[in-house]
Design a protein around this ligand. Structure first.
Ligand code: G
Ligand code: G
Ligand code: MN
Ligand code: NA
Length: 254
């Protein structure tokens, strides 16, 4: 069977799952939230990473179904995480271009919030610069609706797209996620250090949250914390993990 046929079958068989990667406060190192990351568990093959199926789901339209599912599951799961932690957390969910273009997207967000009973402010949606630039009029309208629910927007892979800084002025954005490519050679790389420094300064002046992605060691974390980065996500502070592992971690910590 083709990969595409296998995907449709997989949706029916419930073969998709979400891993959750901790996002921690750069100073206190306390977990403040999680990014939900989709995986496909194929029988007899194993775990398939998103870069091998998201582009296909984007092409064949399945991403709308998968995305709606991920949104609901992540919100419901966050409720359980909060119970384990005894405090408020947030969940960050990736939104693909096709989902963002869909007229049903705002209803999916509303459904996920209603079903989970979360406050809108506990959901953060990650979009890329390209999504904003391809149809700014639509983006502006949809983002106004989304942020009207209290839901926050983060720019994923910040600095890697083809866009101008003007969109930071135009759109209601709450957070910048600094792409891993700018983090991995810190602090030795003079260029990466300069880029991070400027992005963090820009974000601070615009009152935006910053999340450094792909932080893999203590030196990188210290460097970023010192430069004023608010939040850290990476293997150094937590791998993507199954919900049961998240709950154990939060209970041990509570
Ligand atoms: O976990 P991993 O590094 O393999 O994820 C790679 C990328 O796959 C993420 O950065 C994200 O852009 C994408 N991705 C992961 N989960 C989802 C999801 O639920 N929806 C969408 N649209 N993309 C996702
Ligand atoms: O596209 P997006 O930025 O959402 O991708 C997040 C991806 O990055 C996830 O697939 C996750 O598995 C991966 N990731 C998370 N932390 C690290 C890290 O510290 N190092 C590396 N190499 N990858 C990471
Ligand atoms: Mn992301
Ligand atoms: Na990213």
């Amino acid at each position: 069977v083709s990969m595409e046929a296998a995907m449709f079958e997989a949706v029916r068989n419930g073969e998709f799952l979400l891993h959750y990667q901790p996002i921690v406060d750069a100073r206190t190192r306390q977990i403040v939230g999680f990014e939900a990351l989709m995986r496909w568990m194929r029988p007899e093959i194993g775990l398939v990473p998103p870069n091998q199926f998201i582009p296909m789901a984007e092409d064949n339209g399945l991403i709308n179904l998968l995305g709606a599912w991920a949104l609901k599951v992540a919100c419901v799961q966050l409720k359980r995480f909060q119970e384990a932690a005894g405090r408020q957390l947030y969940v960050s969910v990736n939104v693909s271009p096709r989902q963002f273009r869909s007229d049903q997207f705002i209803d999916m967000v509303d459904d996920a919030i209603k079903l989970s009973g979360l406050d809108g402010s506990q959901l953060l949606l990650e979009i890329t610069e390209g999504i904003l630039m391809s149809d700014p009029e639509h983006a502006e309208q949809l983002l106004t609706k989304i942020t009207g629910r209290g839901v926050r927007i983060a720019i994923d892979d910040f600095g890697t797209g083809y866009s101008s800084l003007a969109y930071l002025k135009r759109f209601p954005i709450a957070a910048l996620k600094i792409d891993r490519t700018f983090i991995k050679d810190l602090p030795e790389s003079v260029k990466d250090a300069a880029i991070c420094n400027v992005v963090l300064s820009l974000a601070s002046h615009l009152s935006l949250l910053t999340v450094a992605e792909g932080v893999e060691n203590e030196v990188q974390l210290k460097f970023l914390a010192l430069q004023g980065c608010s939040l850290i996500q990476g293997f150094h502070t937590g791998f993507p993990m199954l919900p049961e592992a998240v709950i154990s971690l939060l209970q041990a910590d509570a």
